[in-house]
Design a protein around this ligand. Structure first.
Ligand code: PGA
Length: 249
């Protein structure tokens, strides 16, 4: 099963459901792929309730982009808990995106977010990635391993966790790793997780960072990847559908 997950970030108003409608129509007509993929879209919080109702019996799944890390309810002005989001019928959640980390989210907070989201029966999309400096200093794998180890406990159900490898230097920049580099990192991440958490199956791993209809072609043959986390190109139905088309040609 492959995943094409869109991350709208701070984009979208109620009428933007039309973008998802078009993607859903494409999915229903798409015969080539034998439907071996899932589409998950993460609109902003303001659209979660409407979109999860609207797409309830459709093929597109809805994801949140973040959530609170401590309790189900509490005196936390401006925050929303995974418990509250789950009640809307939303079943996926992105945690630890580099943009959330950059605005002050620590590894301790991310660890608690993952834990609370799993307790609320979410599928967690945990983002990890090195920055430009770490890459230059050849600290990529060390960074990724630390991010994983500090957020995921041994007892967790890895069938509910998807790792999204997103090099920070690649997000929104048009720069992507080479085929060889990404394959090497993808293999190393999967191997590390399997060994550390003693898994009998392969963990799910996505790549994210400037994925579009052209770059997806470079990564098509990397079998270690179970899909893509797509930012900018997920805001247009055409761009998003072109990614799926090019992946399966
Ligand atoms: P991008 O964003 O596709 O616009 O690079 C990816 C992400 O931040 O998840």
């Amino acid at each position: 099963m492959r995943y094409f997950i869109g991350n709208w970030k701070m984009f979208g108003i109620p009428s933007s459901f039309k973008i998802l409608d078009k993607i859903n129509q494409y999915y229903l007509k798409d015969k080539k792929s034998n439907k071996k993929y899932k589409i998950v879209m993460a609109p902003p919080l303001t659209l979660l309730q409407d979109f999860s109702k609207r797409f309830k019996n459709k093929k597109i799944l809805i994801s949140a982009q973040n959530s609170y890390h401590q309790d189900n309810y509490g005196a936390h002005t401006g925050f929303v808990s995974p418990f509250m989001i789950r009640k809307l019928g939303v079943s996926y959640i992105i945690i630890g995106h580099s943009e959330s980390r950059a605005s002050g989210e620590t590894e301790e907070i991310i660890k608690n977010k993952v834990s609370l989201a799993l307790k609320n029966n979410f599928n967690v999309i945990l983002c990890i990635g090195e920055n430009q400096k770490q890459k230059r200093k050849k600290m990529t794998l060390k960074t990724l391993k630390k991010q994983i180890s500090n957020s995921i406990m041994k007892k967790y159900n890895f069938r509910k966790i998807i790792i999204a490898y997103e090099p920070i230097w690649s997000i929104g920049t048009g720069k992507v790793p080479s085929h060889q580099e990404l394959k090497k990192n993808a293999l190393a991440i999967k191997k590390f997780i399997k060994q550390k958490y003693r898994l009998k199956f392969n963990p799910k791993l996505l790549y994210g960072g400037s994925v579009d209809k052209t770059t997806v072609g470079i990564f098509r043959s990397i079998n270690e990847l179970d899909g893509f986390l797509i930012g900018g190109a997920s805001k247009s139905s055409k761009n998003f559908i072109d990614i799926i088309k090019n992946f399966y040609t």
